[in-house]
Design a protein. Structure first.
Ligand code: ASP
Ligand code: MG
Length: 406
């Protein structure tokens, strides 16, 4: 008999019919003899609806109160799903994050799980119940309700699976797995049967929104057997693996993209120790995350240019800070560009294959796509291009690396 944690996302529980369909799946799994802990999201659109409601009564809703409000979305779903299960003759009980004692830190809106009291869940399972848990929420040491950040139910599910030592954690959504690229951009994209946790992390941080990135980090840390699959159709989904299989690895597993970043350049700064710190220090003091950073080789006159990217939401703020810095350092110019996109190729096969970068740059050049910035990790190469070329770049690379379905 297996212990399985299943998580159903917002669209999978989007209305009463969908909740009944999920209940049918759970009844079937119980029929096969599995013990089940089911984590659910709020019904689709609900978290957004509650967020807008908050902003109708307050320009700056206190983070604590926002968490009290947003956590109700998941509370609705657990109650409805438990009712549906009981109506189908399957004993089920629902629990909020507070009741299960999913303990988190006190950072409202993006709390981190510190501990889960698995004893409660185990005893309810032992009594023959299916346990239905509200995703995305927890409780801090002062009994305040917290939430884990958008998409946080994935992390609840993985954390539950880790705490219980579950045999598998299955994340159900409206996509049937992880693809070689976004099928909306690349119609020939293929579902991957398996992907390593490192590749999954790189894809998630490069714009592929199948799982909340923190859930993948959590899974990696505790080696949770994790599978991503669809609640709308049958299929094996994609298994996240922790070891590279001995089979011949494809060089590249997937292409990711996003256009959430903007680029800032400061020109003509003195090329001397401490300058990068003087430029990026004030940016980080303003809690702005920087992604790619580039400094050119110093020019004849002993000055350099520094370019970096930030999230578009932080663009104006970063630009203002950089102008102040430029004044202080006597820089010649500050320029910004928010019409950029980042496209990345990801694959553990990169470790053992040479020539990936040149193949990538060559195929982009053949399409006349100019590369503005390049950054690499052990298993990823990212380029920044003008945003209007983003989709063309993704399709070009998908084809160049032989990922198109035959
Ligand atoms: N309901 C939350 C959200 O929409 C959490 C989740 O669905 O995972 O982000
Ligand atoms: Mg989600």
């Amino acid at each position: 008999m297996a212990l399985v944690v299943e998580k159903y996302g917002g669209t999978s529980v989007g209305d009463a019919n969908r909740i009944n369909a999920v209940a049918d799946r759970i009844v079937a799994a119980r029929g096969r003899g599995d013990d089940l802990v089911v984590v659910v999201s709020a019904m689709s659109g609900e978290t957004n609806r509650l967020t807008s409601l908050a902003h109708e009564v307050s320009d700056h809703p206190p983070a604590r109160e926002l968490d009290v409000l947003l956590s109700t979305g998941e509370q609705v779903t657990i109650a409805l799903l438990s009712m549906a299960l009981n109506a189908k003759g399957c004993k089920a009980r629902s629990y909020t994050g507070t009741q299960v004692r999913i303990r988190t830190d006190s950072v409202h809106g993006k709390a981190r799980i510190v501990d889960i009291d698995d004893a409660r869940v185990r005893s309810v399972l032992a009594d023959g119940y299916t346990v239905v848990v509200a995703g995305f929420q927890g409780v801090d040491e002062h009994q305040n309700i917290t939430t884990l950040g958008r998409g946080g139910s994935d992390t609840t599910a993985v954390a539950m699976a880790a705490a219980l030592g579950a045999d598998e954690c299955r994340i159900f959504s409206d996509v049937d797995g992880v693809y070689t690229a976004d099928p909306r951009v690349v119609p020939d994209a293929r579902r991957l049967d398996r992907i390593t946790v490192e590749e999954m992390l790189e894809l998630a941080s490069s714009g592929t929104k199948v799982l909340q990135i923190r859930s993948v980090e959590f899974a990696g840390k505790y080696r949770v057997p994790l599978r991503v699959l669809s609640s709308f159709e049958e299929g094996p989904g994609t298994l996240i693996t922790y070891e590279e299989s001995s089979m011949e690895k494809p060089m590249i597993s997937g292409i990711a993209y996003h256009s959430d970043e903007a680029k800032l350049t400061i020109r003509g700064v003195p090329d001397e120790p401490g300058v990068a710190y003087q430029i990026l220090g004030p940016i980080s003091d303003a809690h702005i995350n920087v992604d790619i950073i580039l400094q050119n080789v110093s020019a004849e006159d002993g000055t350099a240019n520094v370019t970096f990217t930030v999230h578009k939401n932080d663009y104006q703020k970063a630009l203002a800070i950089l102008h102040e810095t430029a004044e202080r350092l006597g820089a010649t110019e500050v320029v910004g560009d928010d019409k950029i996109a980042k496209v990345a190729v990801v694959g553990v096969g990169m470790r053992s294959h040479a020539g990936i970068a040149s193949k990538m740059f060559g195929s982009l050049a053949a399409e006349g796509i100019n590369i503005q910035m390049i950054s690499t990790s052990e298993i990823k190469i990212s380029v920044v291009v003008e945003d209007k070329y983003m989709e063309l770049a993704v399709r070009t690379l998908h084809k160049a690396f032989g990922l198109d379905s035959a």
